[in-house]
Design a protein around this ligand. Structure first.
Ligand SMILES: NC(=O)c1ccc[n+]([C@@H]2O[C@H](COP(=O)([O-])OP(=O)(O)OC[C@H]3O[C@@H](n4cnc5c(N)ncnc54)[C@H](OP(=O)(O)O)[C@@H]3O)[C@@H](O)[C@H]2O)c1
Length: 252
């Protein structure tokens, strides 16, 4: 199947490792021109070299802590430098925020900003030019926690908000040719990840978690998430407006 991604101008926010890295490499392998953002410059340099091997075009990376900098302004600069994006993937987020259900407003705001707010601030700049062109794909990396509402309450709530954002905004812009959607991964392990460490430090609890919560009885791989994201960024995803797609080994 030709995904029609070759030559597309792609932005992956949070791309230096894990799921985001697999997504960036996947786009390069499809022949896209990829711009990446993360805090770790060394990892972004390595990633750029890897992407160049896949397709030798002008990929670029931006070193930025998007929680500490003005994400709206960064998005403006990105368009000035790199042009209007065809495809944007918002991957920054995670459960390593406060776990205190009775935490302060600042703790809740932090979890919300990390998992939804920064992406919303960037979309304020990135989406209108796509609408003007009449084509675009905006894919958010949510979590199956958004549906199951288990685990860290701040994380699950922030991702649930993100799902509500994708549903409502995705519907609003549905007639424009810009398809907004989200992928909801289950537990995904890769070297250096939270789950990878958990497997080493507490294998019994880890096995228990998998057998009770992930019917596939294993962790997902970053490629299993990236492949779905590539499809959702493709021409073929033209009727997937506001879709929330689980890729979770049947979470339960
Ligand atoms: N892994 C899972 O089991 C799982 C399950 C469900 C959902 N998800 C979701 O999938 C997404 C990716 O998860 P992951 O496990 O691959 O996470 P990860 O290993 O923590 O990677 C996150 C990426 O975002 C970047 N990043 C983090 N904070 C940033 C900041 N302040 N500014 C700029 N870049 C930042 C990281 O790079 P730097 O550190 O270099 O900045 C990294 O490239 C998250 O939204 C997560 O909630 C993951």
């Amino acid at each position: 199947m030709n995904l029609g991604i070759s030559g597309k101008n792609v932005l992956v926010v949070g791309a230096s490792k894990g799921i985001g890295k697999s997504i960036a490499i996947g786009f390069a392998e499809e022949g896209a021109r990829v711009t990446t953002i993360a805090r770790s410059e060394e990892l972004l340099i390595e990633l750029e070299a890897e992407m160049k091997q896949a397709v030798d075009i002008d990929h670029a990376y931006y070193v930025s802590d998007i929680m500490e900098s003005d994400a709206n302004q960064l998005a403006r600069r990105l368009i000035e430098d790199r042009g209007i994006f065809d495809i944007v993937v918002h991957n920054v987020g995670g459960s390593l925020v406060s776990r205190n259900a009775l935490g302060t407003l600042d703790e809740w705001k932090h979890a919300w900003k990390f998992n939804a707010g920064v992406a919303i601030d960037m979309n304020n700049v990135l989406i209108q030019p796509m609408i003007n062109k009449g084509w675009g794909r905006v894919i958010h990396i949510s979590s199956i926690s958004a549906e199951m509402l288990r685990g860290n309450p701040l994380y699950a709530s922030a991702k649930a908000f993100l799902n509500a954002y994708v549903t409502t905004v995705g519907r609003t812009i549905a007639p424009t040719g810009v398809v907004m959607s989200a992928v909801m991964p289950g537990a995904v392990a890769f070297p250096g990840s939270y789950w990878d460490k958990f497997t080493v430090e507490d294998p019994a609890r880890c096995e228990d978690f998998l057998s009770h919560h992930q019917a596939a009885n294993r962790f997902g791989t970053t490629k299993e998430i990236a492949d779905v994201v590539l499809f959702m960024a493709s021409e073929q995803a033209s009727f997937m407006q506001a879709a929330l797609v689980p890729v979770d080994g049947a979470n339960m």
